[in-house]
Design a protein around this ligand. Structure first.
Ligand code: NAD
Ligand code: UDP
Length: 317
């Protein structure tokens, strides 16, 4: 192994984003430790990596202290269910993952002298009053609603990161990820792009929650992973938070129509369901910080990304 290459721990490495990140790191020649409790992730996502001599899978819940014998240079902290359907199913487990799990990850980073990156989220902005959202915006989150286990857990995780940096000298990075989609999402993930594609392929109605006028900004997985790795390795020691997202904004109803137009053989139509409580009405990242400090911006157009994701789900279901 090239001695310049690193030992890297990825928590949540068997999930959607984590599996793509592990693959990129392995391809770059690093030694990767993928730690996951398989709550929403799966071994299928990392099946192509499990044989590699540079890849180890550790089945473990971050809520329990983490012990690794090897030296660790970098940690990407991705462990946490990300789909509203899954994180609301066991909200106490979700908040424990973000709070106790993050403390365990930061303690490991301190012990190993590793740089640690937190996968934070646009959800820290809640239902935003500032649009588009800059990193300086403090957000508008309902602390007692059904989304709070995730939103407040992630906000607390950011606080822990900055307190460990200030009090313990831990080297940190924080990215705020906006809605991301692509291959390796679970067919039952529950998030909008995978839901719409899976239903369109099965000939079932695409269910738009509310009237579909709420907006999101969707980035393709490859763009995100490039941004995360650039942030981790930035030479200017930018700690963040830095938004990573595609500033192109669409209504949910428009996404349903785009998906249907890209699967012309589908017999599906659009149905409407109840609007979930606290569902944010608008979401669009301001990405000037990522452009300036990381030289990063998304490159994959929405239709191209959705086409690639459709091909993946055609094989999966
Ligand atoms: P995912 O659900 O596919 O992956 C999460 C992974 O974490 C899964 O493999 C799951 O098994 C694992 N995990 C959950 N709880 C754990 C625990 N207690 N201990 C160990 N492992 C645990 O979701 P994803 O989309 O890949 O999200 C990855 C990270 O990125 C999450 O932290 C999420 O909050 C963040 N994020 C994702 C998005 C997005 O649009 N995908 C947006 C913002 C932030
Ligand atoms: N949504 C929808 N139908 C679905 C899944 C989601 O209309 O089958 C809506 C949801 O109410 C939200 C948006 O799509 O307004 C994005 O939801 P998702 O769960 O993907 O992510 P969020 O940004 O809410 O965390």
């Amino acid at each position: 192994m090239n001695p310049l290459h690193m030992n890297i721990l990825v928590t949540g490495g068997a999930g959607f984003i984590g599996s793509h990140l592990c693959k990129k790191l392995i391809e770059g020649g690093d030694r990767v430790f993928c730690l996951d409790n398989l709550h929403t992730g799966s071994k299928e996502n990392i099946a192509n990596l499990i044989g590699s001599e540079n890849f180890s899978f550790i089945e473990h819940d971050v809520i329990r202290p983490i012990a690794v014998r090897d030296s660790i240079d970098q940690i990407y902290n991705l462990a946490c269910p990300a789909s509203p359907f899954h994180y609301q199913k066991d909200p106490i487990q979700t908040i424990k993952t973000s709070v106790i799990g993050t403390i365990n990850v930061l303690e490991l980073a301190k012990e190993k002298g590793a740089t640690v990156l937190q996968a934070s989220t646009s959800e820290v902005y809640g239902d935003p009053h500032e649009h588009p959202q800059k990193e300086t915006y403090f957000g508008n989150v309902n602390p007692i609603g059904p989304r709070a286990c995730y939103d407040e857990g992630k906000r607390c995780a950011e606080t822990l990161f900055f307190d460990y940096a200030r009090s313990e000298g831990v080297k940190i990075r924080v990215v705020r990820i906006f809605n991301t989609y692509g291959p390796n999402m679970h067919p039952d993930d529950g998030r909008v792009v995978s839901n719409f594609i899976v239903r369109a392929l099965k000939g079932e109605s695409l269910t738009v929650y509310g009237d579909g006028s709420q907006t999101r900004s969707f980035q393709y997985i490859d763009d995100l992973v490039e941004g995360i790795v650039r942030m981790m390795n930035n030479r200017k020691d930018i700690v963040g938070p830095v938004n990573l997202g595609n500033p192109e904004e669409h209504t949910v109803k428009a996404i349903a129509n785009i998906v249907l137009s890209l699967i012309p053989e589908s017999k599906s139509g659009i149905a409407f369901g109840p609007f979930p409580p606290d569902d944010p009405m608008h979401r669009r990242p301001h990405i000037s910080l990522a452009k300036k400090e990381l030289g990063w911006e998304p490159k994959i157009p929405l239709e191209e990304g959705i086409k690639r994701t459709v091909e993946y789900f055609k094989m999966m279901i």
